[in-house]
Ligand binder design. Structure first.
Ligand code: S3P
Length: 433
């Protein structure tokens, strides 16, 4: 099992770009495949999660060429042009691949089976199976349809009006993608708006999408038309460098070309509220998504309350925000974040345990934690962590290691490649020791 040992940095300085946005990359492959005509994608994230999506569409007969200059070209087949995959589709570690494909494949005229790795097979699928079944989907799985492998018997679907009990872009997107091939209109309302990349990209591909607050509707039978897409850098990946620069002395990083969609920028708001010196500059729009550069400098951090509407806007960044809290004065309270329990790992449990090993006082709650910050006091021999197969936990603890006095070793770090290939190389490139 691979491990990484990291030692304290004197400072972090330089200009970097992080790899493409994972959520946008998944959607670009999916919509490009079911659009009519050609789609070219620049800046696609080639992490394992996105490659699982790409492979799935190849299995369904879509021609996808990866050119040497990084451009990915898709010959779209149209909504009804996919073919029945000959074997099961393996989503690997990727919840987005599994849940969005479950939606998309529910309305296809063929049979398909989706599975994933040991972690994904433990995650709840009922949240998509339930609304899709209301649309007429026939989906079978372990534990009464809640766990993968999922077997999907493609069916004729009808539009529904669905009030989702969770703020989840994966649930919303699964229902909307099913809605594309359903009769009539499909409407989804969320308790709090989650990331809206699917809505934006459907519109970018020429579909009519109606939106009002946390409600979105789509009429079935609409045609998507192939487009050129540029994927911005992933703010979830940039977040590791934001926190790294904030907690490391004498640091200044310019993170260029980052997606700053307002449904994703909770981390910037939280870190600013903690006293972080962060600025978004050079704002522009690319392929229907807002983009900017983020300038971040070392800062003295203070505690904050993180709860309510900001949670879905920062959901994937909460592990690294917990690291920032460990270096901040006072008690940071994270609440309303029960969703963290069903991510790639139980991120409340894993982060609370790890921060305690660094000598930080943490009180765990069902939906969050209290973190009493200050200077972490790692054990004299250094600290050793297990990622639990969770890329964001692995990278969060490596970031913590940049500012702790003893070396930090993280085990099971292969998972970093699911979302951030080249993470360590990029970090070493800006690290001054
Ligand atoms: C994602 C949605 C979020 C997020 C995940 C990616 C997406 O999950 O945590 O990393 O691309 O739609 P939920 O929909 O479960 O909140």
């Amino acid at each position: 099992m691979k491990s990484i040992t990291i030692k304290k940095a004197q400072s972090l300085r330089g200009e970097i770009t992080v790899p493409g946005d994972k959520s946008i990359s998944h959607r670009a492959i999916m919509l490009g495949s079911i659009a009519e005509g050609d789609t070219t994608i620049r800046g696609l994230l080639k992490g394992e999660d996105n490659m699982a999506t790409l492979k799935a569409f190849r299995q369904m007969g879509v021609r996808i060429d990866e050119h040497e200059n990084g451009v990915v070209a898709i010959q779209g087949k149209g909504l009804h042009g996919l073919k029945e995959p000959e074997d099961f589709i393996d989503a690997g570690n990727s919840g987005t691949t599994m849940r969005l494909l479950t939606g998309l494949l529910s309305g296809q005229g063929f049979f398909s089976v989706l599975t994933g790795d040991q972690y994904l097979r433990k995650r709840p699928m009922k949240r998509v199976v339930e609304p899709l079944s209301l649309m007429g989907a026939r989906i079978f799985g372990r534990e009464n349809g809640n766990k993968a492998p999922l077997a999907i018997v493609g069916s004729k679907l009808k539009g529904i009006t669905y009030n989702s009990p969770v703020a989840s872009a994966q649930v919303k997107s699964a229902v909307l993608l099913a809605g594309l091939s359903a009769d009539g209109v499909t409407t989804v309302t969320e308790p709090i708006i989650s990331r809206d990349h699917t809505e934006r990209m459907l519109a970018y591909f020429g579909a009519e999408v109606k939106r009002s607050g946390a409600t979105v509707s789509i009429k079935g039978g609409q045609k998507l038309v192939g487009k050129e897409i540029e994927v911005p850098g992933d703010i979830s990946s940039a977040a590791f460098f934001m926190v790294a620069a904030l907690i490391t002395k004498d640091s200044e990083l310019l993170i260029k070309n980052v997606g700053i969609n307002p449904t994703r920028t909770g981390v910037v708001d939280i870190l600013k509220a903690m006293g972080g010196d962060l600025k978004i500059v050079n704002q522009r729009e690319i392929s229907g998504e807002p983009v900017g550069d983020i300038l971040v400098k070392s800062s003295k951090l203070k505690s904050v309350e993180i709860k309510g509407d900001i949670i879905p806007r920062a959901i994937d960044e909460l592990p690294v925000v917990a690291v920032a809290a460990a270096f901040a004065d006072g008690i940071t309270e994270i609440r309303d974040a029960k969703e963290l329990r069903v991510k790639e790992s139980d991120r409340i449990g894993t982060m609370a345990t790890h921060l305690k090993e660094l000598g930080i006082q943490v009180t765990e709650f069902d939906d969050g934690m209290d973190i009493l910050g200050g200077r972490p006091k790692p054990p004299p021999q250094g600290a050793i962590f297990n990622s639990h197969g969770d890329h964001r936990v692995a990278m969060s603890m490596l970031v913590a290691g940049l500012a702790t006095d003893k070396a930090v070793q993280v085990f099971d770090t292969d998972c970093i490649d699911t979302s951030f290939p080249g993470f360590m190389e990029l970090l070493e490139g800006v690290k001054k020791t």
